[in-house]
Design a protein around this ligand. Sequence first.
Ligand SMILES: Nc1ncnc2c1ncn2[C@@H]1O[C@H](COP(=O)(O)OP(=O)(O)OP(=O)(O)O)[C@@H](O)[C@H]1O
Ligand SMILES: [Mg+2]
Length: 499
Amino acid sequence: MKRRILVVDDDAAIVEVLEMRLTTMGFDVTATVDFQTAVTAVEAGRFDVALLDLRMEPADGIALMEAVHARQPRLPVLIMTAHGTIETAVTAVQRGAFDYLTKPFLRDELRAKIVRALTSRRWARDRERLLAVGQTLASSGIMARVLDAVAQGAVETTEAERCVVFQQDHGRLVPMASVGSTPPSWSSLETAAAAAMAKGLPVTFPGREGAAIVAAPLVAQRGPAGAVVIETAPGIEPTDDDLELLALFSSQAAVAVRNTHELERLRSGALAALGRMATEVAHELKNPLAGLRLYARHLEARLGRNGDADGAGLAQKITATVDHLATVVQEITAFGRPPELHRVPTAIHALLDECLAFAQAKCQAPGVEVVRAYDAACPDVLLDPRELRKAFLNLVLNGLEALTAGGRLTVTTAYTADTRTVTTTIEDTGAGMSEETLSRMFDLFFTTKPQGTGLGMALARSVIDLHAGALSIDSTPGQGTRVTVRLPIEPATGDGAHA
Ligand SMILES: Nc1ncnc2c1ncn2[C@@H]1O[C@H](COP(=O)(O)OP(=O)(O)OP(=O)(O)O)[C@@H](O)[C@H]1O
Ligand SMILES: [Mg+2]
């Protein structure tokens, strides 16, 4: 594709000479003596470089440069000036020109400066942007954030209107992150993503109203795992540079996605190892604890009989502490050996009410409002109520524990008939979670609470996973947290129901 150059000078002779020379050099030249014609040309299509005369009547080259930059912000502009006005030329550079050219032009200088404007400017700014994007990608270990950064980075590096990152999930392309205005058509973006993945290379499709859609595959270890798709503004055709940039960018993004996957895998591997160790330790602790409890009970009874109330009180504290330890140990043991599910048709609202009542009793939070918004259309769900009670109870408790007076906990259910799922959301207006808490809340023993054991979320996730459900968290520090639990109303065939 030929590079497009805009030439504007109020001297018709200069315009003619430049047009001839630049055409010979292989450029696609638009040359004019008129300010308005130049502006209209920039509105109609993108240029790669502009040569503007500094002294023009009635408006000068700087005013024209500003009008041009309002329409195409990063177009490199070379200001042309006669000898003796270097100072003004320097001002032009300070106001956003890439460089200046002194008249009369030396052939080599003209070519060299244009080539430099075309290449170095682009790469200087792209390098900066890619570096910034790379740092964002490297700094997060959470997949959703990495994909957001990918979309954001793609929009910034290519100046596109919007970007959507698709990921392949069970043979289906799922939009995972979207930045910019809402796409007029998701299906055309999806088609482009599929084409890029099939080809393994960036592809371009015509978009609406002369816009263009460019998709680049996200290549993971075992072939394409998704695609980064951008859509340009109407009338903007992506250049070869844009394609190259997007390819470069998507390969960088693919590395980030891969690292994040790896990190998640390591985390869960470490978690499993930790779980096994915890189970063994718990097992070793169980019997001595039971003994200790028995001795403390005996002691308490004996001291009571002998009229030593203080002693009996102390012994009772030992029993209570041992009881607490025994509960923790029991939870760890349960976690280490995922239970077999005993599914029975369960009224999910009654189950939630039970958890709410229990949680409110357990965590007295005065001045906290609890709101229920249940979908009457929810059918009974085939699930293990004992296991799920533990999961919901922890989620509700976490919500209440995050609240201070004046806060609100909202529990909502919704039935989606076509996917046969019940979605429960537990939303609090509480403290929210920091980035570090968000990335570690499922880790065994991770807690920010003085009395917490840090088992609740790990347990909730394992129970919901066992039910082939999905658990997701949205949290903003200082604003609150929304936990969404999606459960199929019955196990998929072959999912082993133990009714
Ligand atoms: N709704 C929430 N709002 C704010 N932070 C939360 C919320 N839910 C979980 N967390 C954070 O996640 C951490 C881990 O939660 P988890 O339920 O696993 O353990 P815990 O509540 O600290 O202890 P426990 O084992 O007793 O439940 C909490 O300590 C808290 O920092
Ligand atoms: Mg908890």
